[in-house]
Design a protein around this ligand. Structure first.
Ligand code: FAD
Length: 281
């Protein structure tokens, strides 16, 4: 863990589906803005031309809500020229923070080959536009594609050496796995701030999907909650929020650098969490 004064509290939103107007996310942003997060990050689909919507929402966060935005930028399907255009667009809106990613891949689409790994993109951004604050993604339980967890840490170190000045973690439900990961980072001389990614999972299907997508371990006591409340949506929502709050309190007590909440555009849940931990940050 790095030495710093305050644990950051940040939130993540995603742009509305293509067929929905961009403005449909604004009521959520209005509700999230009163929680005074250190920043709000905006996801970006890797496979389409999602970066326009991401940039527009990030610009709204900056200009209308006076908050710090972070634009996600997955590089796998982008050429160098496209990345340069996105950087120009972000600069135009005075957006200085980027979460640089490889991006989720699909077998149906051929990569653009300019940025095979996130570290390639980070290195490129650092060279083209050194003023950007670049954040990278990290995986407390290893990346799903990784066959050897030790290699994951080596590649994470490459990301930091390429210019990532902080990291945000994949969601996890078992804090002990996160603490072990922090130790591995320490050993690998990864000394940038690492924010813990927390997803308050509030319905049974969502949990099953998340676990199968990212391979996160579900601790036994969480499995008990799902078994008891999984078929009762309101009880499952409240149990999911309570679990996330307890997880965050333990992380704060351990002095983590940051808490990043995957809000899933649900302001009610983010608000419950923010209210519960406000005095603990
Ligand atoms: P990388 O760092 O490139 O790692 C991917 C895999 O390649 C790992 O197994 C790694 O060990 C390996 N690897 C890395 N470098 C090398 C190398 N030099 N040689 C060989 N292997 C290597 N996806 C989106 O599409 N849009 C989003 O907005 C988005 N937001 C995210 C936010 C967070 C906080 C996180 C944790 C993930 C997010 N993702 C998003 C998902 C992410 O794109 C996927 O997890 C993707 O599969 C990996 O992205 P990465 O940037 O971590 O890739």
């Amino acid at each position: 863990m790095s030495v710093k004064n305050k644990t950051t509290f940040s939130l993540e939103v995603f742009p509305p589906k293509k067929e929905m107007p961009l403005a449909s996310v604004y009521p959520t942003l209005t509700e999230l803005s009163v929680l005074h997060p250190d920043f709000i990050s905006v996801t970006c689909g890797a496979q389409g031309t999602g970066s326009n919507r991401t940039a527009e929402i990030a610009a709204t966060i900056k200009e209308q809500f006076n908050l710090e935005p972070v634009a996600h930028l997955p590089g796998i399907y982008l050429t160098k020229e496209e990345v340069c255009n996105t950087l120009k667009e972000l600069k135009k809106h005075r957006i200085h923070k980027i979460l640089a990613l490889r991006g989720d891949m699909t077998p149906e689409k051929e990569p653009a080959h300019d940025f095979a790994h996130a570290s390639d993109l980070i290195r490129f951004i650092k060279k083209e536009s050194p003023d950007f604050h670049i954040i990278g993604a990290c995986y407390p339980e290893g990346h799903v594609e990784s066959k050897r967890p030790a290699l994951d840490i080596i590649h994470l170190k490459e990301k930091v050496d390429a210019g990532a000045s902080s990291l945000i973690s994949q969601l996890f439900f078992d804090n002990t796995l996160f603490y072990r990961f922090l130790e591995r980072c320490e050993i690998a001389s990864i000394h940038v701030p690492i924010a813990a990614g927390i997803m308050p999972v509030t319905n049974k299907k969502q949990i099953e999907r998340m676990v199968s997508l990212c391979g996160a371990t579900l601790p036994l006591h969480y499995q008990h909650l799902i078994a008891k409340y999984g078929d009762n949506p309101v009880a499952m929502r409240d149990a999911g929020i309570a679990y996330a709050i307890a997880q965050i309190i333990d992380l704060l007590a351990h002095g983590v650098d940051g808490i990043h909440v995957y809000t899933m555009n649900n302001a009610y849940i983010a608000q419950k969490i923010a209210d519960a931990i406000r005095t603990l940050l």
